[in-house]
Design a protein around this ligand. Structure first.
Ligand code: F6R
Length: 609
């Protein structure tokens, strides 16, 4: 989605804005632009295409003089209006230059009013209308104009605004879309994403919704709508700036796949106590919340929802409590049955996904207990949930989620065992045994990464196909859903996931000579069933790629390729299988010459509906 960066201070702002936009590129965008004060005048450079293109334009346009110490920058992901230079941000009308993330839902109505007045040209975009509205209401007091304007706006927004007669000052406000800010001896910074602030500070605050931030070179003042100055809660992140850089890897995705032994160490090890039992003390999750829970609803989108599918199987098996997994975009409009004995678990890497956030708000309205599993500290979902389990996976830059997914799985495992122990569904000894097995997953993942060459060979083998099928049972089906999503989103090869037992109810008609079928066979209790399903597709000519947990004996006539993963407890096979499927998707995309870090049409953080 769109990215925002703003800076005012002692340093050269254009460099900071361009570097900030580069750091935000991973979010997905189609055009970019900056505006900055130069000799008290605002200059704007914007273009469709990449930030590198913008950088070239800036150098060409301002070759002589690049001096500025205050400006705002934006990467746009088109929602209203085509991908054109004009529709790129910043937008300037009258006294106002503005950048916007989010969607203004009632912009058309406001546009019609302006059309009648004849004051402004017709507009294609909601963001232009916001700039016009603020300019229209501006009578020398920026805060008043902003307050009046946002009262008219419906939808979500994060704005950074320059007023032409207020040099070197940036005004910001947000509702529904994220903005984080920090001030240090170099000046004041604001961004839509922490990653852009990391080079300058690890201490930051989230701008509270419906509050106005005034950024000057010497301070950031935040006021509510009554004009009262508030001190937002400062947060600290221990993300290393290098964790947001490629560090010698050709792509962020590969780096993030390889980081998993380390990222899972951060998720897991600090949450095991000296008796090797799960310990959620650092997360402030009190046991009493489990006392009355008789139903769990997991709500999320995409990969995070797939983590929920794994969580459901674990929780139902161990806790014997009904668990449903819901797509947030559906859940929020289904009038779900929720009550105060329901625990709603939202899962989100970014913590800003609009549908997941709306689902969380709905759950809270209906008095359910809410717990979120989130990667980004201080994000909206984390802040609004009753309880949070941070995944501690570090920044995830590649659009396709990898290390965040396995960290989400790890949190679900920890939560399930913690809850099961409290409810005496498992004994201390069983839980210790499970946690020992769990920590053995770190070396097992390291060994899985060593299977890279075998996986590359399979990727080579599937790049020419139009369709790929993933099949599995139980946890393997949940993994198939994720494997299929990963492959299609970055290779553009059509793929589908099927519960292996469901094939003969329709899908089998799609299996013809040479169609690749990736069969996950890691679950021993359904292993014979899985082998029968593999035979069914084999008999229709499918090319079979089997992924098994360890070296189960199996006739080699039933497969073309086989990957034998390091043997782990069946319950933990999703970790090693996930890493394999991530590498498979990565190499397939690589061999097809696709930019897997930024696949077409996709954004890292989906902050609009
Ligand atoms: C796919 C992927 C997406 C996200 C989904 C939810 O690789 O990354 O499907 O999982 O957009 O995003 P978060 O986890 O930020 O809520």
């Amino acid at each position: 989605m769109c990215g925002i960066i703003g800076y005012t201070g002692q340093l050269e702002s254009i460099t900071i804005l361009l570097e900030g936009l580069k750091a935000l590129e991973y979010r997905g965008y189609d055009s970019a632009g900056i505006s900055f004060f130069h000799n008290n005048q605002i200059q704007t450079v914007k273009t469709t295409g990449k930030v590198s293109e913008l950088e070239r334009n800036v150098i060409e346009t301002h070759r002589q003089d690049l001096s500025s110490t205050c400006g705002i920058g934006h990467t746009r992901w088109a929602t209203h209006g085509g991908v054109t230079d004009i529709n790129s941000h910043p937008h300037t009308f009258g006294n106002v230059t503005l950048i916007h993330n989010g969607i203004i839902e009632n912009y058309h109505q406001i546009e019609l009013e302006f059309a009648t007045m004849g004051k402004y040209p017709r507009s294609q975009t909601d963001s232009e209308i916001a700039a016009m509205l603020i300019d229209h209401l501006y009578q020398g007091n920026p805060t008043e104009a902003i307050k009046k304007a946002v009262k008219r706006l419906e939808g979500s927004y994060a704005f950074c605004i320059l007023f032409h007669d207020q040099p070197d000052v940036i005004y910001s406000i947000r509702l529904g879309s994220p903005l984080v800010a920090c001030h240090n001896s170099q000046g004041s910074f604001i961004a839509s994403d922490l990653v852009a602030l990391l080079p300058y500070s690890k201490d930051y605050f989230v701008l509270p919704e419906y509050h106005i931030a005034k950024l000057t070179k010497s301070e950031i003042i935040v006021t509510d709508f009554d004009g009262t100055i508030i001190s937002p809660k400062m947060l600290h992140v221990n993300w290393d700036i290098r964790s947001a850089q490629k560090n010698g890897y050709p792509h962020f995705m590969l780096k993030e796949i390889y980081e998993q032994p380390t990222s899972l160490h951060s998720t897991l090890i600090p949450r095991l106590n000296q008796d090797f039992l799960p310990d959620l003390t650092m997360d402030h999750i009190p046991n009493r919340i489990f006392d009355s829970i008789n139903r769990i609803i997991i709500v999320a989108c995409g990969t995070a929802m797939h983590a929920g599918l794994v969580g459901k199987i674990l929780m139902e098996r161990l806790l014997r409590i009904p668990v449903t997994v819901e797509l947030a975009s559906e859940f929020r409009y289904q009038d779900p049955i929720l009550c105060d004995n329901s625990l709603v678990i939202t899962i989100s890497q970014s913590g800003e996904t609009a549908d997941t956030l709306a689902a969380l708000r709905l759950a809270k309205e209906k008095s359910s207990t809410t717990l979120s599993i989130v990667n980004v500290k201080g994000s909206s979902i984390a802040r609004e949930s009753d309880y949070v389990l941070y995944t501690h996976a570090g920044p995830e830059i590649a659009v396709a989620s990898t290390k965040a997914y396995t960290a989400q799985l790890a949190c679900l495992y920890l939560l399930t065992y913690h809850f099961a122990l409290y409810k005496e569904r498992v004994t201390i000894k069983e839980c210790q045994e499970a946690m020992k097995n769990f920590s053995a997953i770190l070396p097992a993942i390291q060994k899985t990464l060593e299977l890279e060459n075998e996986i590359k060979e399979i990727s080579q083998n599937i790049i020419k196909t139009k369709d790929v099928f993933f099949i599995g049972r139980g946890l393997d089906y949940a993994l198939s859903c994720e494997g299929s999503l990963k492959l299609k989103e970055i290779s553009y090869i059509h793929s589908e996931a099927y519960a292996a037992g469901e094939l003969k109810h329709g899908t089998l008609s799609l299996i013809t000579d040479g169609v690749p079928v990736i069969a996950l066979a890691t679950q021993s209790h359904v292993y014979p069933k899985m082998i029968s399903n593999i035979r069914e597709v084999r008999a229709r000519g499918a090319r079979i790629i089997i992924i098994s947990n360890g070296d189960f004996p199996m006739e080699n006539s039933i497969y073309d390729y086989r990957i034998s993963l390091p043997m782990v407890d069946d319950f933990l096979a999703p970790f090693t299988a996930a890493v394999t499927l991530q590498l498979l998707a990565y190499y397939t995309s690589l061999y097809l010459g696709i930019d897997m870090d930024q696949p077409r049409n996709l954004a890292k953080s989906v902050t609009v509906e």
